[in-house]
Design a protein around this ligand. Structure first.
Ligand SMILES: *[C@@H]1O[C@H](CO)[C@@H](O)[C@H](O)[C@H]1NC(C)=O
Ligand SMILES: *[C@@H]1O[C@H](CO)[C@@H](O)[C@H](O)[C@H]1NC(C)=O
Ligand SMILES: *[C@@H]1O[C@H](CO)[C@@H](O)[C@H](O)[C@H]1NC(C)=O
Length: 236
């Protein structure tokens, strides 16, 4: 029986500054917090690598736990060919997964609020022109990105060679987070891609409901100009 209730909404103060999030997460109130789920997927890579204490797992290895499911099994992996000196030469920026048909990742996570960060290096990939990325991303019943063009986003001044987008979501009792990448229909050149995916559970205290704030089924921030900020949910 389909559950007709909307997914448990995550309410968050829109006014929280971008910098406040990591700080509040590492604040002493949640000093003991250890995320129950903490995944970093290096999309398109058959290797795992550690970058600043973060272990990135390749999704392209044989029997990788994170291999995406493609409707037509046609998603491909490739080396990111960015010539921009601004793009770091480490995971997750070295490889990409791309497809002109839908593909999906499945994460097994505990129910509750979850933080998702998607990494993108808009670039000319073999057979995939930089300007042709147009796609949507859905997860946990929410549309995270719609007809999104990574190149238009990156080129919007001041331009950036790479960027990440972050979302707060709420995972239901089925404890499954499906993340679907769908090229925009109606454009045969359109493709979806992603370079890295981080999924980290959040303390409940970060998702305190507020009736005075706009209600959003997901919230989103993005960084374009700084390298990814390591997730530090506790002092180690
Ligand atoms: C993966 O490992 C192989 C060797 O096992 C290496 O040649 C290759 O450069 C690595 N790829 C990445 C993306 O690190
Ligand atoms: C997607 O966005 C592009 C660029 O803004 C636009 O030209 C196109 O019509 C959009 N496609 C759909 C299906 O919304
Ligand atoms: C997630 O995807 C799998 C495989 O496509 C599917 O069996 C499952 O029903 C999906 N779960 C949710 C919550 O969407």
């Amino acid at each position: 029986m389909k559950n007709m209730k909307p997914p448990l909404l995550l309410f968050i103060f829109i006014s929280v500054s971008l910098e406040a999030l990591p700080i509040s997460v590492t604040g002493k109130n949640v000093d003991a917090y250890r995320p129950t789920d903490d995944f970093a997927v290096d999309c398109g890579s058959s290797n795992s690598s550690t970058v600043e204490n973060r272990n990135w797992i390749g999704d392209a290895a044989d029997r990788s736990d994170y291999s995406p499911i493609g409707k037509t099994h046609s998603s491909i992996t490739t080396l990111a060919s960015s010539s921009s000196p601004r793009v770091p030469g480490t995971a997750p920026y070295l490889t990409a997964r791309l497809s002109r048909s839908e593909f999906a990742y499945t994460f097994h996570v505990t129910a509750g609020p979850i933080f998702v960060r998607l990494h993108f290096v808009p670039s000319d990939y073999p057979n995939f022109r930089r300007v042709d990325s147009f796609f949507s991303v859905k997860a946990a019943g929410c549309t995270l990105l719609h007809n999104f063009s990574a190149s238009l986003f990156a080129d919007y001044p001041p331009s950036a060679g790479f960027f990440s987008k972050e979302f707060g979501l709420s995972v239901g009792e089925d404890q499954i987070l499906n993340m679907t990448f769908t090229p925009t229909p109606g454009n045969s050149d359109a493709y979806a891609f992603v370079n890295g995916i981080e999924v980290v559970s959040m303390p409940e205290s970060l998702s305190t409901p507020s009736s005075t704030q706009p209600r959003e089924s997901s919230w989103q921030v993005s960084w374009r100009h700084t390298p990814w900020i390591p997730l530090k949910f506790s002092k180690r």
